[in-house]
Design a protein around this ligand. Structure first.
Ligand code: SF4
Length: 367
């Protein structure tokens, strides 16, 4: 029978305490990560925000650079948002950086620079959801709030053979409720980090290492030989793909950049002018690009050769971007669809905060 997430530990061995086995394993096997040595709320917060949608190995160099430049919450709050975005470029999901910056300012303005310990107050800060609240408060202050991220949802779905869709908020809530008892039997910060670490290192999405797993003798999915059936996830809709054209526009030894509006996707980052196109044939791209650049910047251009084509996947869609070399013919550049436009010497392009795709265009241009 299906074991709903809200039920008691049906199917889980009671012979030894699974929490003890988990914590002993964590103490012996945890990775040395910079925010773990002395868990300050600010360091834990930055690490948790960076780890959303990003693997530890990828985020570590970003984390180190970020903490060197902004070692305290107050230094982040006092920073210019463009410097923050600059350090974030390449990590993606830039709203995380803008929210982190704004939230640090609110903590300084409203809480004297000290991280609030009340979950309800913390949750009101931009970019801090249920998961981040639980991570910050448990790891920094030992408050017993279970973290239910993707790793923990997967481990518990297998441990208890949960048949409910772990993508549903109701299932996540039921898992959190069910972990509320166990987390109170040990250090809450250790418990949450151990669950996340087990999901990252042992109970991986594909090919989990059940043979060396500390929870093997407690695990219902393993006992049923149905590890591959968990976690249950509803199939997602196919991700749409869009074609995009942009121009690397030259005028008197400089290149035109536009800064995206501060709110919205990739807000505040610099980009090459252009935009999404319809289903037109590739031969129509140059004409479409001319129209887009004119309507967005007021500059008339002549489109030259194709510089590069870049495929990129965002969270909810994919793009195929075609970048063309262009030459400005007439018109004064104006921010008709952006916050700012600027003519930039090519050697200075690296100094402007851009998305991963923007950086790839710069790299193709430099080759
Ligand atoms: S025994 Fe396997 S499936 Fe079960 S928790 Fe451990 S790694 Fe995951």
């Amino acid at each position: 029978m299906a074991d709903g997430a809200g039920k008691k530990d049906v199917g889980v061995s009671k012979r030894t305490n699974w929490v003890t086995d988990l914590v002993e394993w964590y103490d012996a096997n945890r990775r040395k990560l910079p925010w773990r040595s002395r868990p300050r709320p600010y360091a834990v917060w930055v690490s948790e925000i960076m780890l959303q949608q990003t693997q530890v190995d990828t985020m570590l160099p970003y984390y180190r650079r970020f903490m060197k430049r902004f070692p305290s919450l107050r230094s982040l709050a006092a920073a210019d948002v463009h410097d923050v975005l600059s350090l974030w470029q390449g990590l993606g999901y830039y709203a995380r950086a803008r929210n982190l910056h704004r939230a640090s300012q609110l903590v300084v303005e409203q809480h004297g620079g000290r991280m609030p310990r009340d979950p309800a107050v913390l949750r009101k800060l931009p970019g801090i959801g249920e998961y981040t609240v639980a991570a910050i408060l448990s790891i920094s202050f030992e408050i017993p709030l279970p973290v239910v991220d993707g790793n923990v949802a997967r481990v518990t779905a297998r441990l208890w053979a949960i048949h409910d869709d772990v993508g549903r908020p109701a299932t996540r809530k039921a898992i959190a409720d069910r972990l509320t008892g166990p987390i109170q039997t040990v250090s809450p910060g250790t418990f949450n980090q151990a669950m996340m670490e087990l999901g990252a290192l042992i109970c991986r999405p594909r090919d989990p290492s059940c043979g060396v797993c500390p929870l093997m003798k407690h695990c219902a999915a393993k006992r049923q030989k149905r590890v591959g059936d968990y976690p249950v996830k509803k199939k997602r809709k196919a991700v749409p793909q869009y074609d995009v054209v942009v121009g690397v526009i030259h005028r008197r030894g400089r290149i035109l950049l536009a800064r995206r509006p501060a709110s919205g996707m990739l807000g505040g980052l610099w980009e090459f002018p252009g935009g999404k196109i319809g289903s037109e044939d590739a031969t129509a791209y140059p004409d479409t690009l001319c129209e887009k650049i004119l309507s967005e910047t007021g500059v008339e251009v002549k489109v030259g050769e194709r510089l590069c084509t870049i495929d990129h996947t965002y969270s909810h869609f994919k793009i195929r971007l075609h970048a063309f070399l262009c030459r400005a013919q007439a018109g004064r550049a104006r921010p008709l669809a952006s916050d700012e436009v600027r003519w930039v010497p090519p050697r200075e392009l690296d100094a402007f905060a851009m998305s991963t795709v923007g950086k790839k265009i710069v790299a193709a241009y430099d080759r």
